[in-house]
Design a protein around this ligand. Structure first.
Ligand code: SF4
Length: 354
């Protein structure tokens, strides 16, 4: 039989695989503990397994992780990893520290086909969906890199790719890190962000993880322009799916709203936004645009950002202005990858920092 990558297997998958080799189910738990809780991938060190079993295991499993080819730490503590995923392709993951948490932002696809106009990754067409092992691998590698007293407390699927375009691998990764024999990571600390794949939103509820929606407009006309997915599923359909999610899970949905100068940043937009989200238990993150070369968009000035935020103050929901982190290490998703893969003409450090 062909060898399988251990990191792409849930506990249930592992039980099935071991069953084929005539092994007891509890062996899967033992293996999970060795690999995820003790960080051991050398079968010889797994001393509670019989010698014969240990000798068989290398014929069944590999432990292939995406290699870290860049590891950049920002002056604000943000840490960006660039992973080699083969074929000359790379993806990014980012560790974002804050007062009480350490959030890992992971990628789910190499490039992205959603074409959101403000997004650097969206300019780089999708080459392929990532495997579950590669997504788990980002977590394992980041966890290893921070070893010490720190732990990853939250995972967000807000890196490269549309996670709901690769649901099987994304939710398999959640399954692996959630396992009590693995990282015992709470599902409630995982957030899946979507550009608006409405028909996939019920899967987010089913997997009991949190939902974030990149809203970024208050009318269909503007959203059609900024996020082409809106032509397939319009705002009414998207908001109805969000409402269903909140009813099914009892959780709030987080609406992400990027402020683009002259496009989504007016006071009328802020007023419409209040109406648009009315009746949906939610939080709102407003994100002043992080400029990058050739985006065609600008960041609003500070007064406009403050006025927009202020207009939402009486809405009765939590409205947070997201800080731009890691400006000195290519903050916009996809920028580091673009530089590394040899497109320096698309990027210079000075531009990335403005
Ligand atoms: S914002 Fe997300 S979904 Fe949209 S193009 Fe960028 S990576 Fe894809």
């Amino acid at each position: 039989m062909e060898k399988v990558n251990f990191f792409g297997q849930s506990l249930e998958d592992l039980k099935e695989i071991l069953k084929k080799y005539g092994k007891e189910k509890f062996r899967a738990q033992q293996l999970f503990q060795w690999v995820y809780q003790r960080g051991v991938t050398d079968f010889e060190q797994m001393t509670d397994l019989s010698k014969t079993f240990r000798a068989e295991l290398p014929n069944i499993f590999t432990f292939d992780l995406p290699l870290i080819v860049q590891d950049l730490i920002s002056t604000d503590g943000t840490r960006k990893f660039l992973f080699d995923v083969g074929g000359g392709k790379t993806v990014e993951a980012v560790l974002i520290p804050s007062e009480d948490r350490l959030t890992l932002c992971v990628s789910s696809e190499v490039g992205c086909n959603m074409g959101c106009r403000f997004c650097f990754t969206g300019k780089q067409k999708m080459q392929r969906r990532m495997t579950a092992a590669e997504i788990v691998g980002q977590f394992v590698q980041a966890d290893k890199a921070i070893k010490g007293d720190q732990r990853i407390t939250n995972v967000v699927f807000m890196g490269m790719g549309e996670p709901l375009d690769n649901p099987e691998a994304v939710f398999k990764m959640v399954e692996v890190i959630h396992s009590p024999w693995g990282f015992n990571f709470s599902r409630r600390r995982v957030t899946v962000s979507t550009s608006g794949l409405v028909d996939m939103i019920p899967l987010v509820a089913k997997n009991k993880v949190r939902l974030a929606v990149s809203l970024n407009a208050t009318t269909n006309e503007v959203r059609d322009f900024v996020m082409p997915i809106n032509k397939k599923w319009n705002m009414d359909q998207l908001l109805a799916a969000c409402k269903d999610y909140t009813e099914e899970t009892g959780d709030k949905v987080t609406f992400e709203y990027v402020l683009l100068k002259g496009v989504t940043d007016s006071i009328e937009d802020a007023r419409r936004l209040k109406k648009v989200v009315r009746g949906i238990p939610c939080k709102i993150n407003i994100i002043p645009f992080n400029e990058h070369p050739d985006s065609g968009f600008e960041r609003p000035d500070e007064d406009t950002i403050v006025a927009f935020h202020h207009e939402l103050m009486d809405i009765g929901v939590h409205v947070l202005r997201r800080k731009t982190m890691g400006r000195d290490i290519y903050a916009a998703c996809g920028q580091l990858r673009s530089k590394f893969e040899g497109h320096p003409e698309k990027l210079d450090l000075q531009s990335a920092m403005t």
